[in-house]
Design a protein around this ligand. Structure first.
Ligand code: SF4
Length: 545
């Protein structure tokens, strides 16, 4: 039972609301099969993921204490997880003290309703947006459109996706599934003033997007802009947005009203903690030493930047993720996308097969936890199986989220849930394991069982235990093809004898060094000679949590 207070202060944990873009219409196997049939998509994905992956590896190699940085990032995230309600209240006070207004949103509907109301109250018919996963997750653009407000994406990749009436397929590079020839076609179709002689040269395409957006920026003063945040500092009320193009900074500084929608897990305790994350994030995401644009803003300041600042703190299922001690570290994610780029599954299927705003390995553990896995045909219950469990995602994660472990945990939950739904009787395997678990958790019962087994073992022929009778559960199947050396002595009786000897010898006598004739010799201060000290570590030498 967790001792951690959960989520937003005073809010009962609940799953993400159904309007969230966290669940596709098909299960992963079916969607992946279709994606694998698209040769262009596979080529685009292979080229893009391998390029980013190589860049990241080079940037990480430059940092000699990278593993220590990862550990620091992980420790800070656990600190946030353990003190989330207090930190959120501290953030609210800090933002209010700096002249901002904090709104609490339990789910996607509440968050969209708050943002839409704020925009309508300011007569906004168009709003500019900074790239933000949280606003995608709550379907904000659609909610705004429903209220007659047009949202314009200012991030180049998001703009491509929006103009193509498409959906993002990568956390960092939403249009990763498109090549430049496709982007040229999209621009020609969506920008009526564009010169048709434009080529698919990236510089020409970027220039076209720049001209298109600059017109929007000219209308910015007196308008409304909407952003997310990479980090929110509880101590100071500062929000941090990192980006590569500078369009985000225009949106953060030019409008009269700035509204930021931020997931409650994005909090960091102190301003100094940013030194860790601002080293980890750029190298892990774009493979850069630092992001070209890192904007930090705290409340409002007369004559400098927006006159109004609203912070919408979003739960939408995060509290329910926090409820699970084995799955909650999924909330530590800083959305760098490194795990996507190394994942052999993601690199072949692309992001749409996951059906959620959050694709790839992090999406496979985050989406099912945020939405819950319900019914026997819930598409999100297939996501934990969308992995070969190779462990590459853990090795690159800058905050050391053990994604493979959480995947296995979610698979177990899914299997249990399905069996319960079928009303299945627990088979002999379950019964045997439950019995063994009870036995091993009680020293007295275990001791009794070992002592009772001793007379039985003396009846066994020879030094090996061979095939055992079929009436016992599981055991016959196991012993059909395996021989087990018959133990000459139980560990407990060996230990008792050893203790008696030691007492008889007095404090100076040498210790016995083995559990009997079949036992392995063991040095007094080291592992068994064949013990593999590296077995507990990962390939990069880092011990798993
Ligand atoms: S899980 Fe780790 S590697 Fe994956 S996006 Fe999040 S922080 Fe990056």
């Amino acid at each position: 039972m967790s001792t951690v207070q959960l989520g937003m202060p005073g809010v009962r944990p609940q799953h993400a609301s159904p309007v969230s873009t966290l669940r596709g219409e098909r299960g992963f196997p079916e969607a992946a099969r279709e994606a694998l049939g698209d040769a262009t998509l596979r080529a685009n994905m292979r080229h893009a993921t391998s390029t980013i992956q190589a860049k990241r590896a080079g940037a990480v190699r430059e940092v000699r204490d990278w593993q220590k940085l990862r550990s620091a990032g992980s420790a800070l995230k656990w600190q946030v997880t353990d003190h989330l309600p207090e930190l959120l209240e501290q953030l609210e006070e800090s933002v209010a003290a700096a002249g901002g207004v904090v709104h609490w949103a339990r789910d996607a509907e509440e968050a969209s309703e708050i943002v839409t109301r704020l925009a309508l109250e300011r007569d906004a018919r168009e709003v500019l947006k900074v790239k933000s996963m949280a606003t995608q997750e709550i379907g904000l653009n659609e909610a705004l459109a429903h209220a007659g407000i047009r949202a314009i994406e200012s991030d180049l990749a998001e703009l491509i996706v929006q103009l193509a009436d498409d959906t993002p397929s990568h956390i960092l590079v939403p249009a990763i599934h498109r090549n430049r020839a496709e982007i040229r076609e999209i621009f020609l179709a969506a920008m009526p003033d564009l010169d048709p002689s434009i080529t698919d040269d990236p510089a020409e395409l970027a220039e076209a997007a720049r001209r298109f957006l600059r017109e929007k920026f000219l209308d910015m003063p007196g308008s409304v802009a909407i952003c997310g945040a990479n980090f929110a500092v509880a101590e100071t009320g500062t929000l941090v947005v990192v980006e590569s193009e500078g369009n985000g900074r225009m949106c953060l500084t030019l409008p009269r009203t700035l509204i930021s929608v931020v997931g409650i897990e994005k909090i960091v305790p102190t301003f100094q903690d940013l030194e860790v994350f601002l080293q980890l994030l750029p190298r892990s995401s774009t493979g850069e030493r630092m992001n070209p644009y890192t904007t930090l803003f705290t409340g409002v300041h007369e004559g400098d930047g927006p006159e109004e600042f609203h912070l919408v703190l979003l739960d939408n299922g995060r509290s329910s993720v926090l409820e699970d001690p084995e799955g909650r570290s999924a909330l530590h994610c800083i959305r760098c996308s490194a795990c996507l780029n190394v994942c052999p599954v993601y690199a072949r299927t692309g992001g749409h097969a996951y059906g959620s705003t959050y694709p790839g390995p992090i999406g496979a553990i985050l989406s099912p936890q945020m939405t819950g896995m319900s019914g026997t045909d819930d598409p999100n219950s297939t996501l934990p199986y969308a992995s070969s469990l190779c462990g590459a995602c853990y090795d690159v994660c800058p905050v050391k989220i053990d994604i493979p472990e959480i995947l296995v945990h979610l698979r177990a939950k899914d299997v249990d849930r399905r069996r319960e739904a079928r009303g299945e009787f627990h088979g002999s395997w379950d019964l045997a394991l439950k019995g063994a678990s009870r036995l091993m958790s009680s020293p007295r019962a275990y001791d009794l069982a070992v002592r009772s087994a001793k007379p039985l073992s003396s009846l066994l022929p020879g030094a090996n235990i061979g095939r055992l009778p079929g009436a016992l559960p599981i055991i016959p199947g196991w012993t059909d093809h395996r021989d087990l050396p018959s133990p000459p002595q139980s560990f407990r009786s060996w230990w008792d004898e050893r203790e008696k000897e030691r007492v008889a010898r007095g404090p100076e006598g040498p210790a016995s060094d083995g559990p009997g004739e079949n036992g392995r010799a063991r040095s007094a201060d080291g592992p068994a000679p064949d013990g593999d000290a590296s077995a507990a570590g990962t390939p990069d030498g880092e011990e798993r949590p």
